[in-house]
Design a binder for this molecule. Structure first.
Ligand code: NAD
Length: 313
């Protein structure tokens, strides 16, 4: 029996790849409803979908930031029946907080947090009634660990992690599954779009040192990290398919094993100092990736051996 999968943000990147991978499933397990804000951007998806377009893959327009758009889209699905909802649409934001307008910050939350919440709110009641369904949320490693100069983006992903962690308990009672996918860096337009934004930035309100740390220290090391550790959107699509097809899907799903030490580090030191100081050292005291990896591993080993508590006296 074919499952109806609705995916947001399919005009590019990870969303496009998930749509194509599921639509091309050999056993035709999925009917994919690939959605995007602007259907004029459908060409790349249609081309990648090949002869599945119009068969196991259909297109609908959907803007996660609009109540009307979300309602109309879901109403146009037969019986409003969606088995798997994949919340993928998201936007990035980089730079010194001093230079970013409050409006731009709110836009990130509108898409990454409220956009996902809006989708879940619209689709979840039918899933609860049917006592079946699976909600997937494209979070990020940055939903678990703060990253310098990604302050607001990180906060939006933390927000959605907190929302999902809370929802998961209730949904379990209704047999509705909820899974977070937490990729590290992925080579998509996300990266390109952000670098273009950075090139255009003028940094109003930020002092010269901050601008220098951002442009000359953070950006080059971020490019190195993307090059060395980046996964492809296909990798993330395959991970997502695995999560969907698992008989007991996990709640949290990191996709890049190179990032597990970073997450472990956070839980290894409940004071939070280890993470902050490691990231400080990564940014300001080391140049090469080798050093980065070594310092993470060193810190991790030390903290695993020594468990610290706060002293009452
Ligand atoms: P991308 O920019 O290629 O894709 C994001 C898609 O979301 C785009 O097609 C965009 O048009 C769409 N979108 C934006 N606002 C929308 C709205 N209001 N309504 C509907 N669609 C909208 O980038 P991507 O890397 O494929 O990003 C997909 C998801 O993966 C995002 O949630 C992102 O936060 C997450 N992610 C990306 C990376 C990475 O390094 N690229 C890492 C971890 C997580």
């Amino acid at each position: 029996e074919q499952k109806v999968v609705l995916i947001t943000g399919c005009s590019s990147g990870i969303g496009l790849r998930i749509a194509v991978l599921l639509a091309r499933d050999e056993l035709k397990h999925y009917h994919v409803i690939a959605t995007m804000r602007d259907l004029r951007k459908k060409d790349r998806l249609v081309e990648a979908a090949g002869d599945t377009y119009g068969k196991t893959l259909t297109l609908l327009s959907l803007d996660v930031c609009s109540d009307d758009s979300v309602r109309q889209c879901i109403d146009s699905v037969k019986d409003r029946h969606i088995d798997i909802l994949i919340n993928n649409a998201g936007v990035g934001l980089l730079g010194p907080v001093e230079s970013i307008s409050m409006d731009d910050m709110k836009k990130v939350f509108e898409t990454n947090f409220f956009g996902t919440v809006r989708m879940i709110k619209e689709v979840m009641p039918d899933m609860k009634k049917r006592r079946a369904g699976h909600i997937i949320v494209m979070s990020s490693v940055m939903g678990l660990q703060g990253v310098v100069f990604n302050d607001v983006y990180t906060a939006s992903k933390f927000a959605i992690e907190g929302f999902c962690e809370s929802m998961a308990v209730q949904l379990l009672k209704f047999n509705v599954k909820l899974s977070l996918i937490e990729p590290g860096p992925v080579h998509t337009e996300f990266e390109t779009k952000m670098m273009e934004e950075v090139a255009k930035m003028e940094y109003p309100g930020a002092d010269a040192d901050t601008v220098r740390y951002f442009k000359d220290v953070y950006i080059p090391s971020s490019i190195d990290i993307f090059e060395a550790l980046g996964q492809t959107p296909e990798d993330i699509a395959k991970c997502t398919k695995k999560v969907i097809e698992s008989s007991r899907p996990r709640f949290r799903n990191l996709t890049n094993s190179l990032y597990t030490p970073i997450v472990a580090m956070k839980y290894a030191d409940e004071t939070g100092g280890l993470s902050v100081h490691t990231f400080y050292n990564l940014l300001f005291n080391f140049g090469s990736l080798m050093h980065i990896t070594m310092s993470i591993l060193k810190c991790l080993t030390c903290s695993c051996l020594r468990r610290r508590t706060i002293s009452p006296d």
